[in-house]
Design a protein. Structure first.
Length: 293
């Protein structure tokens, strides 16, 4: 044993510089390999394909709107979690799915990190949005409550609204099957999440000009309460004094007519053309202008 110790001492003393160089090279090589491994696991999307279960997810990421963002930007794991996952893959191989759960929660936490600049102005989308400001910041609703996250598809879930807004159902006039987002737009810089263009996009025959053209559709039609108007609605909301104008009282009290018996929605005015069909139901045709005196 003493001879071995003496030999090692002579070896070290005679090759001190060489040993230090070898130690330095080993340390440098280990550092480079360690850094490359760290960079590969933290920044290279190819790392995700190491697991056979990630192939479909990797392909869906390449086709998604987030294809320029590295997987690890959203699917963050600690070094301990990464190595545990690697060990699970090495020991499990291709015999079955790896049961280590990872990347389920972190992506949703990453949403605000990327969209924070616009989010602070009232939107988590590219443009400002009153809808997002109201739900994300005022109500503190997490992104995953409203957005689906299946295979890198983060489209809004149109049925998620009903989980909170149970009283906001649509009734009548063929709108029962519409989802909330068909009318409510969260990607517009407007005070209302519903605008006229949404209504007129479906109701193409309705003219936005003419009598009462300055009103918005939802000033009269209340999809979540009462879509169809009644004569009483007209009188109570805007036209309470019309009973005293011209022959209105005579027709309403003695003939029992209602506003909508003569005034057709969205055309409203009774002129020479429609008077021929309307007035002659009860009496001979008269000039509509005489009705107002």
């Amino acid at each position: 044993m003493s001879r071995l110790v003496d030999w090692l001492e002579r070896l070290v003393q005679g090759n001190r510089l060489g040993i230090l160089l070898i130690f330095f090279l080993i340390t440098l090589t280990g550092s480079v390999v360690g850094w490359k491994y760290y960079d590969y696991t933290r920044n290279d999307p190819q790392f995700c394909t190491t697991c056979h279960m990630m192939r479909d997810a990797y392909l869906s990421w390449q086709k998604s709107k987030h294809w320029e963002i590295k997987c690890q930007t959203c699917h963050r794991m600690s070094i301990f979690e990464q190595n545990r996952l690697l060990v699970a893959y090495v020991t499990n191989g291709s015999q079955g799915p790896i049961k280590e759960r990872h990347g389920r929660t972190a992506p949703w936490n990453a949403c605000r990190r990327c969209h924070l600049e616009t989010a602070e102005q009232g939107s988590i989308s590219v443009r400002r949005s009153v809808g997002h400001a109201r739900h994300v910041f005022m109500e503190n609703i997490p992104c995953q409550r409203c957005h689906s996250g299946e295979m890198h598809n983060f489209r809004p879930d149109e049925h998620a609204c009903a989980s909170c807004h149970k009283d906001k159902l649509v009734h009548g006039l063929g709108m029962e099957g519409l989802s909330c987002l068909k009318c409510h737009n969260y990607r517009e810089n407007v005070k209302e999440t519903v605008n006229m263009q949404r209504c007129l996009g479906c109701h193409k025959k309705v003219r936005p000009s003419g009598p009462m053209g300055g009103l918005k559709c939802f000033d009269c039609h209340k999809p979540h309460k009462q879509i169809s108007l009644t004569s009483q609605d007209c009188l109570e909301r805007c036209h309470g004094n019309e009973v005293e104008v011209g022959q209105h009282r005579l027709h309403m009290e003695k003939a029992g007519l209602k506003c909508l018996d003569c005034h057709r929605p969205h055309s409203w005015a009774v002129g020479p053309k429609n008077a021929r069909a309307l007035c002659t139901r009860c009496h001979p045709l008269k000039d509509p202008k005489r009705f107002l005196y």
